[in-house]
Design a protein around this ligand. Structure first.
Ligand code: ZN
Ligand code: CU
Length: 487
């Protein structure tokens, strides 16, 4: 813009900016041109094609969901209402070792590879094909994708109940290389799950070699989040050191009653390790987790809510204990009859959840699973719950910190260049919300409900959500490694 009186595509005026860096809020207008932030300051008198009045509202960077399973949803539910409605403008896909690519049409998807609702036909056999599909039919949110190690095992190995041999490691390594060249931002593992419990540390290091040259992230749903959590952290850090790449610990938690309070030990250990190597972590603001229906590892010891069931869809939203009583069988047997499906497990302690949320370096990630009518409420409620319930009502941290944990910090940890903060030149991913009223309304009983207090959500300069309704805009971009700053 060389003109003396700039003209904007979109002008947000009268708001209070929280810029995603943890800096104190300040009053300013924001001008947008060509999908980028062109100016922040007093812009009164400047003209624009479209204006938004943000008086009395917070203007913040669009939220980045650091942990999602939206790989297929960004194509099949391209408007992504469950994310856009809470202010999310970017999702990191391919977590927990599970990604939508590469897959083969003729391969079965054992739990948890079926966390992603991949079609039986027309799957993406290469990572490049997946990202191309997303470019051709954009979603309403930006996507930065990880490639999943369990998915690679499914492609490369005939039998997942053992470590990979040299030849299989070589095949998987080549697939990681292909994903990196196509633009994947890193690799995830999920050694907690049967599809990868038999993978050794050496296997993961062997498969992850292509990450090293690029400093791409290694993201992990660790082998253990309960009795052996310290060993699991050590293994994750060792893999990060061997590959010389940043490590992201997914959905950090201490699971099951005997381990309640363990975050008093894990967090100082993580903090100490951060002094020597690049480590980060994410978490969701709930005491219940959610994954596929499983009967092992004490998963059925506490309250279990069925989220979805293929053979018994009528059981979605019901307590496993009630179903078992009605059927006159054990909880174990009832769970087996309900498989395949997904469930919500009440396995965490509120004090641990708050301790992890409050830990300065913790990012916010929903870990939502976009399957069925009764998903875990985190799918719709994570971000407003942190801003409303935990920051404003419980007072765990200032709003500036809450916003940073879902924007600037996340962009830094995943190397998402040009996003996560409000500055001139940045991509115009913006959320406008009311700090006094923002709250999650999604509950375990009624989980598919949009947040209150979100005025507008802007993705790459386009208004995508306004006053409780989707605009239909699908202006999301694929964020690839080539967009990254060199570390
Ligand atoms: Zn996970
Ligand atoms: Cu996950």
């Amino acid at each position: 813009m060389t003109d003396k009186t700039p003209h904007y595509d979109l002008l947000i005026h009268g708001g209070t900016v929280i810029d995603g860096t943890k800096a104190p809020r300040f009053d300013a207008d924001v001008g947008i041109v060509d999908g980028r932030i062109a100016a922040i300051g007093k812009l009164a008198g400047h003209t624009a094609d479209q204006t938004l009045d943000a008086t009395g509202r917070i203007v913040a960077p669009g939220f980045i969901d650091s942990h999602t399973h939206d790989d297929q949803a960004v194509l099949s539910h391209a408007q992504m209402p469950f994310k856009v409605s809470q202010g999310v403008t970017t999702v990191i896909t391919g977590n927990c070792g599970v990604s939508a690519a590469p897959l083969r049409d003729d391969m079965e998807l054992p739990m948890p590879l079926n966390l992603i609702d991949a079609p039986a036909q027309g799957r993406y056999t290469t990572f490049a094909a997946y990202l191309d599909a997303l470019r051709k039919t954009p979603s309403s949110v930006n996507v930065a994708a990880l490639v999943g190690h369990s998915t690679l095992r499914g492609v490369a190995m005939s039998d997942l109940d053992r470590p990979a041999n040299e030849a299989e490691i070589k095949v998987m390594r080549a697939l990681v290389e292909e994903a990196m060249q196509a633009g994947a931002i890193g690799m995830s593992t999920g050694t907690f799950y049967a599809t990868a419990t038999n993978a050794t540390t050496e296997e993961i290091i062997g498969v992850g070699q292509p990450l090293s040259a690029r400093g791409a992230v290694y993201v992990t749903h660790m082998r253990d989040e309960s009795d052996q959590i310290m060993e699991a952290l050590e293994e994750s850090f060792a893999i990060g050191r061997a590959l010389d790449v940043p490590v992201v610990i997914s959905h950090h938690k201490a699971m099951h009653t005997p381990n309640f309070g363990k975050t008093k030990v894990t967090l100082p250990f993580i903090e100490e390790t951060m002094k020597h190597q690049c480590v980060s972590l994410d978490c969701y603001p709930y005491t219940a987790g959610s994954t596929m229906i499983r009967t092992d590892r004490g998963m059925l010891d506490n309250r279990v809510l069925i989220a979805s069931s293929v053979p018994h869809p009528e059981c979605a939203g019901r307590d496993l204990a009630d179903i078992a009583t009605e059927w006159g069988v054990s909880k174990d047997e009832a769970a087996r009859r309900l498989q395949p499906g997904s469930a919500i497990y009440f396995v965490m302690d509120e004090d641990d959840v708050q301790r992890v949320l409050t830990f300065d370096e913790s990012m916010i990630g929903s870990d939502g699973i976009p399957l069925g009518d009764k998903p875990h409420p985190r799918l719709w409620g994570t971000f407003p719950r942190v801003l409303g319930h935990y920051s404003r009502d419980v007072g765990l941290f200032p709003l500036e910190t809450a916003v940073w944990k879902m924007t600037g910090l996340t962009a830094r940890n995943f190397g998402l260049h040009g996003r996560g903060t409000l500055k001139t030149g940045q991509h115009a991913d913006i959320v406008i919300f009311d700090a006094a009223t923002i709250r999650d309304t999604a509950s375990y009983e009624t989980p598919a409900r949009p947040a209150e207090g979100i005025d507008s959500v802007i993705v790459n300069g386009q208004i995508t959500w306004e006053h409780g309704a989707h605009s239909g805009a699908r202006n999301g971009q694929v964020i690839t490694r080539s967009d990254k700053v060199a570390r």
